[in-house]
Design a binder for this molecule. Structure first.
Ligand code: GDP
Length: 520
């Protein structure tokens, strides 16, 4: 925990969002919070001073309109409010804190704020209340980050993740690792500082064992970033395929409302349409692209057709960019059509990337329907149970032969196709399976766990510590003096400090003196 810092000024801000609402809150934090608030409001029942409010109790008060009307002797009431007082150190900021919950009128809230500033408060910087909570040691950095994440959360899963981190789940995971590290540092420091006091020098194997024990829990934490990052940041899914395959219809199915324009004329989604959805609590930005049409442009001669063609070419260019940028790709094939060369190229292009194939318009194809009804049919289709190995050959053979296309001529890309789901955007069949596949692909199979790393700063702190452990282990194996090993261990400690708060020299010294009977 950081050493508490002495803060002398009192900050004030409107803590509720801009605009009108049922309630709006002005918050004051600092040593003068109560005395400043006392000049803004008058307690009722019984009238009194703010000092008379018990900690964490709310009292009804009149908001005083003492602004710019020198003709009036006495301030009149402009609103009524609930005033809550939190005494230091048991408040959000660990300072004296007052919350004035008035009606959510911007005029009243601005008046309260202006008057607070006029009688000695300073306008709070963005995030300053939480910064004070951090500086006072009430929150560590991961908890402070979680407050921001909770406010920014777009899905319930994100909010739960942030709440768990705010409650200290990440700090609790790091704390035992850090404690073992501090123990090891103290052990080596003691061996150096008190060598002349007959303190045994820690054997090389013992140091190796302790470093080896530190690494796995930290490596597990590092691995948690795979899931934590996507819960936190979400990802983008580009829907690509030939015109008219049903991309916009699938997009709308996933969004659950008609957002993209669906038409029967190929090539009509000329611009990118995006929408944010939540699958399994993970925010996913869907990008519906223009169709990737085969062949050269038809005409670019300025005629109405040519202008349309130009717009379509622009759309196709944007689609390719979206395809290149997206973390996930959903390739939509038309179950009634044989694979064309553009689709083969597309399948080859996504090889090795996280992608899913939706064979859409399954309602128009007999085998897909029989599969969904449980009748005999190709086992790799219909319910999202296919694997990348069993699908492509049979699947596309079936489709190509049924559509009269070539058979037995799969390219290497077809043989390593992504998972395939049979869908019908028209009837909704296969959409649930498609969602499941998208979720599995998004998470990469990484399970949700308490105390995941959710941002790059946390991840870098952990990777720095892991690298430092590896260096320390190498130095120890090479019988390098303990002073040098300690440099690596301190590097790891500083990195972990940035997650859970500072380790002071006193922490290490106390440990040396409490666990070793130095006798001095
Ligand atoms: P896009 O160009 O790939 O975005 O295709 P659209 O979503 O605009 O769909 C093209 C046409 O196919 C429209 O007439 C849709 O109603 C139709 N369509 C889309 N999906 C399906 C489906 O699963 N089954 C059937 N029967 N028609 C579909």
């Amino acid at each position: 925990m950081p050493a508490p810092t002495t803060v002398t000024d009192t900050i004030a801000a409107i803590s509720t969002p801009p605009g009108r609402g049922g309630i709006g809150i002005v918050r004051l934090s600092g040593p003068q919070a109560a005395s400043i608030a006392a000049q803004l409001v008058r307690l009722r029942h019984p009238p009194g001073h703010l000092d008379q409010i018990d900690h964490a109790h709310a009292r009804l008060a009149d908001v005083l309109d003492a602004d710019d009307d020198p003709a009036r002797d006495e301030a009149t009431r402009i609103d009524e409010a609930l005033v809550t007082f939190f005494a230091a150190p048991n408040s959000y900021t660990a300072e004296d804190l007052v919350e004035i919950a008035a009606h959510g009128s911007p005029v009243v809230l601005q008046l309260l704020l202006r008057r607070a500033l006029a009688v000695g408060a300073r306008l709070a910087e963005p995030g300053e209340f939480t910064q004070r909570a951090f500086l006072s040691g009430r929150l560590d950095l991961t908890q402070a980050e979680a407050v921001r994440d909770l406010i920014d959360a777009q899905t319930l899963t994100q909010a739960r993740q942030a709440a768990s981190q705010m409650g200290g789940s990440l700090s609790h995971r790091v704390a035992p690792i850090k404690q073992s590290l501090v123990d090891l540092v103290a052990l080596l420091e003691a061996g150096i500082d008190f060598a002349e006091d007959d303190l045994d020098v820690t054997p090389q194997q013992e140091i190796a064992r302790r470093i080896a024990e530190l690494t796995p829990p930290l490596a597990a934490l590092e691995a948690s970033f795979a899931r934590g990052r996507i819960v936190h940041d979400g990802l983008t899914l580009a829907i690509v395929g030939r015109p008219n395959a049903g991309k916009s219809s699938l997009f709308n199915r996933l969004v659950e409302r008609d957002r993209a324009i669906v038409t029967a004329t190929p090539g009509t989604t000329r611009d990118l349409v995006t929408e944010r959805i939540s699958i399994g609590g993970i925010p996913i930005e869907l990008v519906d692209t223009a169709g990737l049409r085969e062949g050269p442009p038809r005409s670019l001669d300025g005629s109405p057709d040519g202008i349309l063609e130009e717009a379509e070419q622009l759309g196709i260019h944007r689609s390719r960019e979206a395809l290149a940028d997206a973390a996930l790709v959903l390739i939509v094939l038309d179950a009634t059509q044989p694979l064309n060369d553009e689709e083969r190229r597309l399948l080859a292009a996504v090889e090795g990337r996280p992608a899913i194939v939706a064979v859409n318009k399954s309602d128009l194809v007999e085998w897909a329907r029989s599969e969904n009804l449980g009748a005999p049919g190709p086992s790799h289709l219909g319910t999202g149970e296919c694997t990348s190995l069993d699908v492509p050959v049979l699947d596309f053979k079936t489709r190509e032969s049924s559509a009269g296309g070539p058979t037995g001529s799969q390219t290497p890309a077809e043989r390593s196709l992504p998972p395939v789901v049979s869908t019908s955007a028209l009837t909704g069949e296969g959409i649930a399976a498609l969602r499941e596949k998208i979720l599995a692909l998004a998470t990469g199979g990484a399970a949700a766990e308490p105390g995941m790393l959710t941002n790059l700063r946390q991840y870098q702190a952990v990777t720095t510590a892991l690298a430092a452990f590896a260096d320390a282990a190498t130095a120890n194996a090479a019988a390098i003096p303990h002073e040098m090993i300690l440099l690596d261990l301190y590097r790891a400690l500083w990195a972990l400090d940035s997650l859970t708060g500072q380790t002071t020299p006193d922490d290490i010294l106390n440990l040396i003196f409490s666990t070793f009977c130095i006798g001095k």
